[in-house]
Write a protein that binds this ligand. Structure first.
Ligand code: A3P
Length: 272
């Protein structure tokens, strides 16, 4: 729930820009936009409008903390600032850089079935390439090279949650990283948001009437401040159907990583 600036765009009295109290660190295609928009329903949340890429892009990090702070929204002292940049989760340097800014910051990580995430990642790149008039490939051609799974494909690398999580746990205790179940958020957003409210010590303000299921979109949309809105059309796109044998290869490769991840975070998810 962001502070509205007036026509002259001078900040409302009593507000300031502050570095985030919490960051949604990823994962790309996990439902990061949905999570941020849904949290923004809360009156005590001020959400950054764009993906900042401060901790994962060296050229931005070099601009310094003041540059970063300036990209944050104006907020009142009783509000918390949240930004989301999905690339942080898979960035080798983001954990130590965030820790250097604030070692007690609360991190939010939204994850979904890693095989499904690979397909979602492919779909996003596919549409980006189409828009930019670049050639596109069938997903099977990226997933398989000479008969075996192409584990160097970036979309697969990003779905190795254990590999990336290990890096975060070198800098932050597990209790400081709250994992949102992205599959649960799609099917029933409220319980996941209530868990986040508790994690962030926010009063319970998000309620069931803040959501309604939009049949056309096939997803929950947001009702807040007398307005109804769905996420952008690039969120919740249909996925291509993937050859079953290839999908099985992908799933069986991910399985060991998933089990390792579950042990790391002392929790299991529906994607085994
Ligand atoms: P798909 O487009 O593959 O279905 P991100 O914002 O991190 O890029 O994640 C995008 C994903 O958010 C979408 O992936 C979609 O499944 C998921 N999502 C979760 N809740 C949603 C909602 N209410 N509306 C649209 N997409 C939602």
């Amino acid at each position: 729930a962001n502070v509205s600036e007036d026509a002259t765009s001078s900040p409302p009295p009593g507000t300031s820009k502050r570095t985030p109290h919490s960051i949604i660190i990823g994962v790309r295609k996990g439902g990061t936009r949905a999570l941020l928009e849904m949290l923004d329903i809360h009156p005590e949340v001020a959400a950054a409008a764009t993906e900042v890429h401060f901790f994962d892009w060296d050229e931005n990090y070099a601009k310094g903390l003041e540059w970063y702070r300036d990209l944050m929204p104006y907020s009142y002292p009783h509000q918390i600032t949240i930004e989301k940049t999905p690339g942080y989760f898979t960035s080798p340097l983001a954990p130590e850089r965030i820790c250097a800014m604030n070692s007690s910051i609360k991190l939010l990580l939204i994850l979904r079935d890693p095989a499904e995430r690979v397909i979602s990642d492919y779909t996003q790149v596919y549409f980006n390439r189409l828009e930019n008039h670049k050639p596109v490939q069938a997903i099977e051609n990226l997933l398989v090279r000479s008969g075996s799974l192409n584990i160097r494909y970036k979309a697969i690398q990003r779905s190795l949650y254990d590999v990336h999580m290990r890096n975060w746990l070198k800098h932050f205790p597990l209790e400081q990283i709250h994992i949102v179940d992205g599959d649960a958020l799609i099917h029933d957003p409220l319980p996941e948001l209530q868990k986040v409210e508790r994690f962030l010590n926010l009063a319970p303000r998000i309620v069931s009437s803040n959501f309604y299921f939009n049949q056309t979109k096939g997803f929950y949309c947001i009702r807040s401040d007398g307005r109804e809105r769905c996420l952008h059309e690039s969120k919740g796109r249909p996925h291509p159907s993937v050859n079953n044998t290839v999908l099985q290869q992908l799933r069986s490769y991910l399985q060991e990583h998933n089990q390792h991840f579950f042990r790391m975070v002392k929790r299991t998810f529906s994607w085994q």
